[in-house]
Design a protein around this ligand. Structure first.
Ligand code: F6P
Length: 319
């Protein structure tokens, strides 16, 4: 009987539980045994592996976080760590492994794949920073969360006639800032992918203030620099009182939205069916609305492209 392992790794993302549920139930449907590895690669090194059955994943599709737990493990990415991971998998007879996480987690899966484990990496990260897939599971829920937070911030910003810099997550990727900027009607975004043109932002803020606009919302991706420094400079140059909110970890939690539940469910099912029928290392992704399978090494070498067209649309309509 095939034994499939599943682990979640790196920053948790809403939709991880929907993915786990789908993997566990599809594995059982396909006649395989499925094992949940606790706390990501760290738990794998510690041998924290438990058999899962249909009821192990009951009542979780609507929950944020990950029932398996997650971690970031530097130890795993060493030669000794990889060897230990392989020996633990061997003890449990697990020859196929499904890894849900972001860039670093999928790189870890590739290392195991190179040493003979059949692996599938699935994109689960709020950052949306993997180049081979249009969207990662968890991203749209995070964008929803940021967008509704900005609506609240806008109320108070407007009432006081202020500006507000809202710092969002994303590591080196500006997608959370870009999509929530477009969805919330924010006046400006600052992202690592585009050179900061403070002059332009300042001119727009002054012009719109003269026209009677009472708020200016700037969304700043964490990878683009310090939101506090930016707010100070902006305030000096515009003479508009400017506040800062760092949204932080609330962006990672919460009930996954419909898109992330559906992507979690469909990618989970396809991951199991693919790993049951194929040997090798693969990634699963979403291109132009279709769920597809890729070679893992090639997938990880695809550079993430920033959607300049969305940023340009924002500039025209958020004025
Ligand atoms: O990768 C997801 C993410 O939330 C990033 O946006 C953020 O920079 C990082 O994780 C925070 O990581 P940690 O949970 O280790 O503090």
């Amino acid at each position: 009987m095939e034994k499939i392992g599943i682990l979640t790794s790196g920053g948790d993302a809403p939709g991880m539980n929907a993915f786990i549920r789908s993997v566990v139930r599809t594995s059982i449907y396909r006649g395989a045994e499925v094992y949940g590895i606790k706390n990501g690669y760290k738990g794998l090194l510690e041998g924290k592996v438990d058999r899962m059955v249909e009821s192990s994943v009951g009542d979780i599709i609507q929950r944020g976080g990950t029932i398996l737990g997650t971690s970031r493990s530097d130890k795993f990415m060493t030669e000794e760590g990889i060897r230990r991971a392989l020996s633990i998998l061997e003890v449990f007879g697990i020859t196929k492994l499904i890894v849900a996480g972001g860039d670093g987690s999928l790189k870890g899966a590739l290392e195991l794949g190179k040493r003979g484990v059949d692996v599938i990496g699935a994109p689960l990260s709020i950052d949306n920073d993997l180049g081979y897939t249009d969207y990662s599971i968890g991203f749209f829920t995070a964008v929803n969360t940021v967008t509704s937070a900005i609506s609240k911030i806008r109320d108070t910003t407007e009432s006081h006639g202020r500006a507000h810099v809202v710092e969002v997550m994303g590591r080196n990727c500006g997608d959370i800032a870009l999509y929530s900027g477009l969805a919330s009607g924010a006046e400006s975004i600052i992202v690592p992918e585009r050179k900061l043109n403070l002059d332009d932002i300042v001119k727009r803020a002054i012009k719109t203030k003269e026209r009677g606009k009472r708020h200016h919302i700037i969304i700043m991706a964490e990878g683009a620099g310090s939101s506090y420094d930016l707010a100070e400079k902006f305030s000096d140059l515009t003479q508009i009182e400017t506040k800062v909110t760092v949204l932080g970890y609330l962006q990672r939690g919460g009930e996954p939205n419909v898109i992330d539940r559906i992507m979690g469910s469909t990618m989970g099912e396809m991951s199991v069916n693919h790993i049951m029928d194929n040997l090798g290392s693969y990634a699963i992704g979403n291109k132009k609305g279709e769920i597809k399978i890729y070679d893992l090494e090639e997938a990880l070498s695809v550079k993430k492209e920033f959607k300049d067209n969305l940023a340009d649309i924002m500039k025209v309509i958020s004025i």
